[in-house]
Ligand binder design. Structure first.
Ligand code: ADP
Ligand code: ZN
Length: 597
């Protein structure tokens, strides 16, 4: 199809529209680069981290360019979420999915040119009838969300995405915008190729999520540790646990320990209960959900304040993606991983059951994770380097930057541990090894003659404090592995350490747990009467409109209202996050509340 070309909207026009429709002062990060290309009619692939504001890069052009922006999105739940937010800002949007009853109206609206945005699933988009239908009106832009689904190298390959190129090729004048949060180099090249986007259209934003504070510590009492986090973070949170049983157990104990609503989510729950828990979580401002990793995909809740891992994730990629569900609204959020040596032992045991061709890759994944949890250095720098970036050495917003741990060279002690394991026959647990090394005799030790070994009693005084963390570190890096009967044996990394080819530096555990001081970000003023009153109002409005509270206004906007106390509609309109539609819909009613305080 060929259309007469109109003058393209300028970036200044887009900025004015950003204020008018979304109520935001300016673009963030790479949004401007993406918009520039799209508004000029060029195709682009935007790789931007979660929370960077990808949806705005097509929603805004959709309101400026003539015609309808067709958005291909893989999950109905995501589409409906986007739809609600778009409509709340006064954008004319609709979805065409199997879950919609109003598809006839939607099709009529499209034909009449009355839609800014039309969301469809890839299954529908790939049908020939749909293509014919699209020719009945003007398209402004194709937006392909979760674009990594088009690539077999991506982690969610969807064959239907491969049909999008033939569809889009029918509309040669319409620019294409592909969006994803996760795509490595190979996947990026594949997406460009599969969707017919020129290489210069790639806009690559950094992976950094500066508002997320990363902390990783040893798991000694997960209920107590996570309850402490919940006391610090009254907002919604996700706790990932490795098994269904642990999900149920943690949910129950955390609920009892904190008095907050804590619900479970895993594939073994009845479908209705699972769905109901998810809906409750999305709508809630303070609920915690304990879940297996099945939870999260397709959940677009921007105000998640923390993500806790009660065991190690599968890989650094998985960790980044799971923790990335925290703080999408840009407000301060926490990611805490609690790890145990047993997590690594199990992960390494699984390696031996794997086919040869996958084992090396998987071993590398586990090694990278071990390096991350053991590191005394900035966690964010490790993550970002893993994704090929060149970050600053210190981020100032992770556990190791905020309270730098003491590190010691424990290579000598490590050698003692490994020889004790070797000399006792590689079949005893750590408790026994510890006794042998510190020279504390018991019946079992005497019976086996372990008190006569050269390693008996060679660890003394302060050095004994290193044994526990050292055992964890050696297991994490695979120098010690578990035997079938729960004992310890030497693993692949052990010889290098024994021969002095590899050093072992460990973090000395703090004498008592330090509290996470030194906030550098603004939390919600929980307890401030005005803030609470605004939250109540938001909750009532959300209920009435049957949308989650953040669709009305997000936390940052409520905070700004609390701090700035606008006295007039004009002042209210200046608050970040208040666009024209929301000013009209909610301005008066919020001002009434603000005036009372
Ligand atoms: P993504 O899809 O990249 O994960 P979203 O599109 O959901 O991110 O946006 C994340 C949050 O950032 C939303 O709450 C959105 O309203 C907000 N946001 C987007 N762009 C801006 C901006 N320019 N200024 C302020 N907030 C923004
Ligand atoms: Zn750091």
């Amino acid at each position: 199809m060929s259309v007469t070309s109109l003058p393209t909207p300028s970036l200044d026009q887009a900025r004015a529209q950003l204020r008018e429709v979304f109520g935001f002062a300016d673009f963030r990060g790479s949004q401007e680069d993406v918009l520039q290309r799209v508004l000029d009619g060029h195709s682009a692939l935007a790789v931007m981290p979660t929370g960077a504001g990808k949806s705005l890069t097509y929603q805004l052009p959709a309101t400026l360019m003539p015609g309808t922006c067709v958005v291909i999105s893989p999950l109905i739940a995501l589409m409906h979420d986007q739809l609600r937010s778009a409509k709340a800002n006064g954008i004319r949007a609709a979805t065409l999915t199997s879950a919609d009853a109003d598809w006839r109206e939607t099709m009529d609206a499209y034909r009449a040119g009355d839609l800014d945005l039309l969301y469809v699933a890839p299954e529908r988009a790939s049908q020939p009838q749909f293509c014919d239908f699209l020719t009945s009106a003007r398209i402004s832009l194709f937006a392909v969300d979760e674009a990594h689904c088009v690539s077999e190298w991506g982690h969610d390959f969807r064959p239907d995405y491969r049909q999008l190129r033939p569809l889009m090729d029918r509309f040669t004048d319409v620019p294409r915008l592909a969006l994803t949060a996760t795509a490595d180099k190979r996947t990026r090249a594949d997406i460009l190729n599969q969707l017919g986007i020129p290489a210069e259209g790639l806009v690559l934003a950094g992976f950094d999520r500066p508002n997320i504070r990363y902390s990783i510590r040893h798991r000694d009492n997960p209920v107590k540790q996570i309850a402490a986090l919940m006391a610090e973070q009254p907002g919604p949170g996700i706790v990932y646990a490795p098994t269904r049983r642990k999900v149920e157990d943690l949910a129950e104990k955390l609920g009892a320990a904190t008095g907050r609503t804590v619900l479970p989510y895993h594939a073994g729950l009845p479908a209705e209960e699972r769905a109901a828990n998810q809906v409750a979580f999305v709508a809630s401002e303070d609920m915690v959900i304990v879940a297996t990793i099945a939870f999260g995909m397709g959940i677009d809740k921007p105000d998640v304040r923390f993500v806790a891992h009660a065991g190690i994730p599968k890989s650094i990629e998985a960790y980044y993606q799971e923790t990335g569900r925290a703080g999408r609204d840009g407000d301060p959020a926490q990611a805490i991983m609690l790890w145990g040596a047993g997590d690594f032992v199990q992960a390494r045991q699984r390696l031996s059951e794997m086919p040869d061709n996958r084992r090396d890759d998987e071993r590398q994944r586990v090694d990278m994770l071990a390096a991350l949890v053991e590191a005394p250095a900035c966690r964010r720098a490790i993550l970002l380097r893993h994704f090929g970036e060149d970050p600053a050495a210190q981020c100032g917003n992770c556990d190791n930057c905020l309270s730098p741990p003491k590190v010691t060279d424990a290579t000598e002690t490590a050698r003692k541990v490994l020889s004790a394991v070797y000399r006792t026959g590689q079949s005893f647990g750590f408790g026994h090894i510890q006794k042998v090394l510190t020279g504390s005799s018991d019946d079992r030790i005497v019976q086996r003659g372990h008190d006569r070994l050269s390693v008996f009693g060679i660890v003394m005084g302060e050095e004994a404090r290193l044994l526990q963390p050292l055992s964890r570190a050696l297991q994490a890096r695979g120098a010690l592995v578990a035997t079938e009967h729960g004992g310890l044996a030497l693993g692949g990394e052990a010889p290098a350490i024994l021969k002095g080819e590899q050093t072992v530096e460990i973090v000395i555990p703090p004498k008592q747990s330090r509290r996470g001081r030194g906030r550098n970000t603004t939390p919600n003023p929980v307890g401030d009467p005005l803030f609470e009153a605004l939250r109540d109002l938001r909750r009532d409005l959300a209920k009435e409109a049957q949308v989650p509270p953040y669709v009305i206004f997000n936390d940052a906007t409520l905070r700004a209202m609390t701090a700035e106390r606008p006295a007039s509609l004009a002042e209210f309109g200046e608050i970040s996050g208040v666009g024209a539609k929301k000013l009209k819909a909610f301005g008066e009613i919020f001002l009434q509340v603000i005036r009372q305080y």
